[in-house]
Ligand binder design. Structure first.
Ligand code: SIN
Length: 274
């Protein structure tokens, strides 16, 4: 490959906080990526856990193509969801306005951790953003949360499992699954804390009082600002997060303004393992 081509293909990766997130520029997601761009994108995703893109006017086809670079797309497992289906079975509409009484994802969570094999990642594209700000999304690194635990706590958590109950969020008929409290990321091999407010109903294997207080501690610890980042959307921004090592939370501070976009999810590859 000649030098000019190599430079044109080079993504600009700008870290946005010490522990999580990078903004990717010099990329046009409305066009197929070259092999070199894709390799850089995958490396950035593995390192930074959530990637942000600006000024990308994505069609459904563009959105789907981006997701499929990372694996087959999956379907939402929830029975009663606030987000809506569209004419594309993999693209869901995330639209809130003055008629909304709730939005999706107001508590920190990892998407559909109630599934037997939760999604690998999710890609949210917002074309419309409240005119006076608001509607940011918070992201937290579960690698950093795990790393910050004491060695004694890490040893205590070793081998524990927790129940993730989808019916709490998405109603009857939604899956309930048991996952390790600490998982090993299938690609990086790093350990990540894997409990969250929305889905984790209880820690198994412990007396109830101990289990409840441990879960409360882990949830409070997992979302500390020290390993979180608050992403400010602009019209046509995209956020692509790794559900296996991050949690996120949508902030609903903009009612009655409108925030609108679409989300896809990339299917997970395996059941989470310790
Ligand atoms: C979600 O995927 O939980 C929603 C995130 C957002 O709307 O910012």
């Amino acid at each position: 490959m000649d030098g000019t081509r190599a430079e044109a293909d080079s993504l600009v990766v700008t870290k946005v906080s010490p522990h999580i997130g990078a903004e990717i520029s010099n990329i046009d997601l409305t066009k197929p990526l070259s092999d070199s761009q894709l390799a850089q994108l995958k490396a950035a995703f593995a390192e930074h856990q959530v990637l942000f893109f600006r000024d990308q006017k994505l069609s459904f086809d563009d959105h789907v193509r981006l997701g499929e670079y990372f694996g087959p797309l999956g379907r939402h497992v929830g029975k009663q969801t606030i987000s809506k289906t569209t004419e594309n079975p993999y693209v869901r509409k995330f639209h809130y306005d003055e008629t909304s009484t709730r939005i999706s994802g107001e508590n920190f969570h990892s998407d559909q951790s109630c599934a037997e094999i939760p999604p690998l990642g999710s890609i949210l594209y917002n074309h419309t953003i409240p005119p006076n700000g608001g509607g940011d999304t918070m992201f937290a690194s579960m690698y950093a949360a795990y790393d910050a635990l004491s060695d004694r706590m890490k040893a205590y958590l070793d081998g524990l499992t927790a129940t993730h109950d989808g019916t709490r969020v998405f109603g009857p008929g939604t899956p309930v699954s048991v996952h390790p409290v600490v998982i090993t990321h299938p690609e990086s091999g790093r350990k990540a804390l894997y409990v969250n407010t929305d889905f984790t109903s209880h820690i198994n294997d412990l007396p109830p009082l101990e289990a409840r207080h441990l879960l409360d501690f882990l949830i409070e610890h997992s979302i500390k600002p020290e390993w979180s980042y608050r992403f400010r959307w602009e019209p046509h921004s995209v956020a692509f997060w790794d559900n296996r090592c991050t949690q996120h939370k949508a902030i609903w501070d903009y009612w009655p303004a409108t925030r609108s976009g679409y989300r896809i999810q990339v299917e997970g590859t395996a059941k989470p393992v310790p």
